[in-house]
Design a protein around this ligand. Structure first.
Ligand code: ADP
Ligand code: MG
Length: 729
């Protein structure tokens, strides 16, 4: 049989670009046409109901029954007018992707007539058969009920796939006993806590501010691989990453892919998914190549966090679906290929008031700058105090391969703020002996009368930091490419909410000692800076020196997921979630358990697929080639001539034998290690065993396999090589 690899290469090489056409040259003509947005609501609801709904959404109030009925009916008529036949509650179980359960809009009445039906009760709540979603022990299967409930703050939308259209209603997912089983529920709670705490701090500066909204702009990195080549790589199919593969002669060292021109097939794919995204109201904006070959990035304009998370998940789903049409596979995995960059999802995060002020952007007005500084310093303190939790929130089997590797931030959580802000904080901290007299310009005396306008270019230079200030927002870069942004956002929002609440209390306390409020604020900020500045690091985060320096500073550097996750259930962090009304102990513990299980499963799958490839692809090819060499040697000897190549052939045969026996031995060892690990009852111990005994063998096995790839005749190698996976499109 012909080798699949060569067929795949042939197919991939000869594919034409798929023709795509834009619905219109003006994006505004089709932006959000598949969303039940304000415009659609206004068209399908009475004025009274429209007002009640928008007000309930804005203030987070309960939706009354009659309103729910009216909205359901409006949604239904809007959707049916667009050719929709089914609806689904769309939710985010803890598996990491999204889930749907489709129901038809129509029903059969008693006379056998088809009627279209969608009641308020069906909009507001549903009970999907949820027994197969992970619950971390919260829900035993005999009481498997889980409920989905409408989240009115994220608009319903129509998913259009190959002619079939479904109305998707964003929902939360909770257990019968009310515990959260998803990402959205605690995310909404963390946003509420943050709003409350941040508004209370704003009150110290500006009484007009009544609400603070957290914003998120997630930049999404991904690889695009031809589908035929993908299908010839069982490891990509099973694990989302290559577990073997020798480095190609040319990888990313020339960095010529970065901002290079986008290949036509890829461009067609991008235009296509961007068009679909725009129809769904996702404000997708930039498109460019990344550093690694075949790697790309897209970024939307930032939105309120809850909506941004929904949109990111929707976008990932859309990209996968549209890719099918273009015969591509999208890889979001954190490290699909060894030796080149992995996929991150930079979470750009900020706080904006209902009066339109970005709280993390310095301005020319001194008074506003004190407010900016308060928020700026509080975020740094939150990151310092909860660095362990932030680390846990981005921990996954995939991200373990990325953190600390090529162009990825280290596992040490530090904050980069840039030279100018360093100076400002330094001055603020050390300028302690200030005396303020009547009539003094307070802000001038404090040295914060004008914070120099931050040059975005300046602050964004340091790409090695996991958490960087970029002029008007912070960018949490350590988030993995396949992750649901909710986990890091929940941790960050809650930590900042908590710090801000404490700040407000500390300021009230301090006001008792000073007569000037501004001075009280400054005093507290000074304290915070001197406490938290250890987490600020301006140097090269990829360097060895930083690892040593961070250790001296006492900053945690936890490299593996099973240990990083411990921080979720530390007393300090359990208390943080509970005190701020985000998650109960039981909810956090369930999540912790699910994350560990997930880690184990991922490593288990990788181990199995590595073993399979080794035994059924690599070793047979190596032996086949070895036999040819032996025959060749015999031939030479038969002829009876002395050649120099004889020794070379013998050496190669020996080398192949050596690698084959290493692989055989280590794969066996790995299988044994898996069996031993599987017997361990305690999930944490089992996860650690998987890391220390199973995963620990991956590199050794891979080393010998990759050596064989370079020795064996190219024509006998069955798996597409890195150069093919990364360059044919
Ligand atoms: P870079 O690649 O230099 O980091 P990009 O322009 O690609 O920058 O991405 C910046 C991201 O930050 C965009 O998604 C943008 O919408 C987002 N962003 C900008 N301002 C804010 C803000 N105030 N809050 C949250 N995200 C923001
Ligand atoms: Mg960025």
């Amino acid at each position: 049989m012909a080798i699949l690899r060569f067929k795949a290469i042939e197919v991939a090489q000869s594919r034409p670009s798929v023709e795509v056409s834009l619905p219109s040259h003006k994006i505004s003509d089709y932006f959000g046409i598949n969303v039940f947005n304000k415009e659609a609501m206004r068209a399908h609801l009475s004025t009274e109901m429209y007002k009640r709904l928008t007000s309930a959404i804005e203030h987070g109030h309960k939706i009354e029954e009659d309103l729910a009925d009216a909205v359901a009916s409006a949604m239904k008529s809007w959707a049916i007018s667009k050719g929709v036949t089914h609806y689904t509650h769309w939710f985010q179980p803890l598996t990491g992707s999204t889930a749907e359960k489709h129901d038809a809009f129509f029903d059969i009445d008693r006379d056998g007539k088809v009627i279209e039906k969608f009641k308020g009760s069906a909009l507001v709540q549903q009970e999907p058969d949820a027994s197969s979603f992970p619950s971390g022990g919260i829900r035993s299967t005999f009481e498997a009920r889980g409920y989905t409930a409408w989240d009115p703050s994220s608009p319903a939308f129509i998913m259009e796939i190959e002619g079939s259209k479904t109305l998707c209603i964003p929902t939360i997912f909770v257990s019968y006993t009310g515990e959260s089983l998803d990402f959205k529920t605690p995310l909404l709670k963390s946003l509420h806590a943050l709003d409350k705490a941040a508004t209370a701090v704003c009150e110290l500066f500006d009484k007009d501010i009544k609400r603070v909204i957290a914003t998120l702009g997630p930049e999404q990195e991904y690889f695009l691989i031809d589908k035929a080549l993908y299908l010839a790589r069982p490891d990509l199919m099973m694990a989302g990453r290559t577990v073997i593969g020798a480095a190609p002669a040319k990888g990313q060292q020339l960095e010529d892919h970065y901002f290079g021109s986008i290949p036509p097939r890829v461009r067609a794919f991008m235009i296509d998914f961007e068009t679909e995204a725009i129809k769904l109201g996702i404000p997708i904006r930039t498109r460019h190549n990344e550093v690694a070959p075949s790697q790309f990035e897209c970024a939307p304009t930032f939105e309120e966090v809850n909506l941004a998370v929904d949109h990111n998940l929707l976008l990932m789903d859309l990209m996968e679906k549209v890719a099918e049409k273009h015969n591509f596979k999208v890889l979001f995995h954190e490290k699909p290929f060894a030796g080149i960059n992995g996929n991150g999802k930079h979470n750009n995060w900020s706080l904006i008031t209902d009066t339109g002020k970005n709280l993390l952007a310095p301005t020319a007005k001194p008074k506003e700058n004190l407010m900016f500084l308060a928020f700026f310093v509080n975020v740094i303190k939150a990151v310092y105090d909860y660095a362990d939790l932030l680390r846990a929130s981005i921990a996954s089997a995939g991200n373990d391969y990325r953190l600390g590797a090529n162009e990825a931030p280290p596992a040490i959580i530090s904050v980069f703020i840039g030279e100018q802000m360093m100076k400002v904080l330094d001055e603020l901290e050390h300028n302690a002996a200030i005396k303020i007299d009547k009539g003094d310009n307070l802000y001038m005396k404090l040295g914060i009368n004008k914070i120099p306008p931050i040059l975005l270019d300046n602050t964004d230079r340091n790409r090695t930091s996991p958490f960087a200030f970029t002029g008007n927002k912070f960018e949490f870069r350590a988030v993995g490419g396949s992750a649901n942004c909710s986990a890091p956002m929940i941790a960050l929002n809650t930590a900042v909410a908590h710090t801000l609440s404490q700040f407000r209390k500390d300021v009230e306390e301090e006001i008792k000692n000073t007569d000037k409020r501004e001075l009280a604020i400054i005093n507290v900020l000074r304290r915070y800076i001197s406490e938290a500045k250890k987490v600020i690091f301006e140097g090269d985060g990829y360097s060895e020196e930083w690892v040593a320096e961070a250790e001296r500073r006492g900053l945690p550097n936890i490299k593996s997921t099973p240990l990083a996750l411990d921080s979720y259930v530390s007393e300090k962090n359990l208390k943080l979630f509970e005190q701020n009304g985000v998650m109960t102990h039981r909810e956090v513990e369930a999540r912790y358990e699910i994350n560990l299980e997930n880690y184990i499963k991922k490593i288990q799958i990788e181990g199995r697929v590595l073993g399979d490839l080794a035994l059924s692809h690599v070793i047979p090819a190596a032996i086949k080639y070895q036999n040819i060499l032996v025959e060749n040697l015999e031939g030479i000897r038969d002829v009876g001539i002395q050649t120099e190549s004889e020794n070379t052939i013998i050496d190669t045969v020996k080398e192949i034998s050596h690698h084959v026996s290493v692989i055989q031995k280590k794969v066996e060892e790995m299988t044994e290690a898996r069996k031993v690990a599987n017997k361990i009852e305690n999930t944490r111990e089992r996860a650690i065993a998987y890391e220390k005994t199973v995963k620990a063998l991956f590199d050794e096995i891979r080393y010998s396999i990759d050596k064989l790839e370079l020795l064996v005749d190219d024509e006998m190698w069955t798996l597409p090589k890195y150069r093919e996976l990364l360059n044919i499109r």
